[in-house]
Design a protein around this ligand. Structure first.
Ligand SMILES: [Zn+2]
Length: 70
């Protein structure tokens, strides 16, 4: 999921961060990049200065749902 602003506070200066691994083919003679493809383990997340973090958000369990079942 892509974010352009923080869903918590509306800040548009959020930071995208992550890991980018890719395979490539490069000409050994000229150094020109011929092909690049995304490999496995590529991920990115967004974070804001208010503490919101889209990476942490997906692991968070909503505790309210657990309580409602009783
Ligand atoms: Zn925020």
């Amino acid at each position: 999921m892509n974010y352009t602003e923080c869903p918590e506070c509306g800040n548009k200066q959020i930071i995208e961060y992550g890991e980018d691994t890719f395979r490539y083919e490069r000409s050994a003679r000229t150094g020109k990049l011929l092909r690049r493809s995304l490999g496995e383990g590529v991920w990115c997340a967004f974070k804001c200065r208010c503490g919101w973090d889209s990476y942490k958000e997906q692991f968070e369990v909503d505790e309210d749902d657990e309580g409602e079942k009783r």
